[in-house]
Ligand binder design. Structure first.
Ligand code: ADP
Ligand code: MG
Length: 352
């Protein structure tokens, strides 16, 4: 506008930067749960407990028995772009869930965040971040591992709060996230509980650690998460071609669903929402299902991390393949072969 002073360019302060980034990373309580559980898995936890109150709006607490953090680690854990998982030179070789170093910084910008942690043989320590302000570290009693508590999510951003759905709907989204990660890591035990002031916690979901070889453990976990009917009707998928390895369980066409609720795709163990891969799943079943039915399957595509870019989106739920056609065709031909081979069984099973 003529006459008004020329706009001044200036760097944003740290708190504003964190709030902006949080907009992408933390859409709703379930996204916070996803980041915290992924951190627990990256820390090598064998058991993870997730507690929430009021659909996660009032409280999210993730407790793990992983490697823990020292008092010196804690302030770094909540600093933006600080991570122990990559050194920055190997963005093409990511094997952990996390690598961006921004989840905890973001959570501290949109809620009241408390980290309590202890490493093997060390002393417990605690920090708090609220409104971008860090307090601590201070000594604290702690088990080996980490407890991260996020209270009053979005209290400082009422606009965000308004977009959240009912407590029930947010709780369902949290359960969905925990179930997906439980399918990704069968050897880890998960407990999801709802807590309310003055009441005993209500267990929503429990998955005991599974042992045995890869497929035994996955089979056991899928029986727990998707039900015995799924695994009783599922074909083991284990096909390798040109360095791509497709593993998992795909249900017989007779166990089809009325929607896509039982379709889960993982890439190197990371839950992804990938249109290309889900599209391939649909194509594979095309000749076996009527048009209003949807396949049920849990598939994990394993490949050299260099062949898939996971740094596409802040929530890391999208990936980009170097050779997407190879991934797509492996799913289609692999599943078709398995389904044709099971043809005689398919015709004797009763539909749901
Ligand atoms: P990223 O996971 O991308 O590294 P985060 O902001 O989620 O970034 O976490 C920052 C760092 O804090 C991690 O790299 C890790 O070193 C540490 N950390 C976070 N959560 C845990 C946990 N539950 N146990 C041990 N260390 C953790
Ligand atoms: Mg992380």
């Amino acid at each position: 506008i003529s006459g008004s002073p020329r706009p001044v360019i200036r760097p944003l302060d740290e708190a504003a930067i964190n709030r902006i980034a949080a907009g992408e990373v933390v859409e709703r309580p379930a996204s916070a749960v996803k980041e915290l559980v992924e951190n627990a898995l990256d820390a090598g936890a064998r058991r993870i407990a997730v507690d929430y109150a009021a659909g996660g709006k009032v409280l999210i607490r993730v407790t793990d028995d992983g490697c823990g953090m020292t008092a010196e680690d804690l302030p770094l854990a909540v600093a933006r772009h600080a991570t122990s998982k990559i050194d920055g030179s190997d963005l093409l070789n990511i094997r952990s869930f996390g690598f961006r170093g921004e989840a905890l910084a973001s959570l501290g910008a949109v809620g009241r965040l408390t980290l309590t942690s202890r490493v093997e043989g060390g002393d417990g320590a605690q920090i708090t971040v609220a409104g971008g302000r860090l307090t601590g570290p201070r000594p604290a009693a702690a088990q080996k591992g980490t407890v991260i508590e996020l209270r009053d999510l979005f209290y400082a951003t009422p606009a965000r709060l308004k977009f959240l759905r009912s407590d029930r709907a947010e709780a369902q989204a949290i359960a969905e996230v925990v179930r997906r990660l439980a399918m990704a890591e069968p050897s880890v035990g998960f407990t999801l509980s709802e807590v309310a002031e003055g009441e005993a916690p209500r267990v929503i979901f429990r998955a005991d650690p599974q042992s045995g070889d890869f497929f035994d453990a996955l089979h056991g976990r899928l029986t727990g998460v998707l039900g015995a009917e799924f695994t009783a009707n599922a074909l083991k998928i284990d096909i390798e071609r040109d360095g791509l390895h497709l593993t998992g369980y795909a249900a017989l066409p007779t166990y089809s669903r009325g929607s896509s609720v039982q379709q889960f795709v993982f890439v190197n163990g990371r839950p992804v929402l990938d249109r290309m891969l889900l599209g391939a799943l649909r194509v594979a079943y095309f000749d076996f299902l009527s048009r209003d039915r949807h396949p049920a399957a849990v598939l994990n595509l394993i490949c050299d991390p260099e062949r898939v870019d996971v740094n596409v989106h802040p929530a890391k739920s999208e990936v980009r393949f170097r050779e997407p056609e190879a991934a797509r065709s492996l799913i289609i031909t692999g599943l078709r072969t398995a389904l044709s081979g099971a043809g005689h069984r398919a015709s004797t099973t009763v539909a749901d």
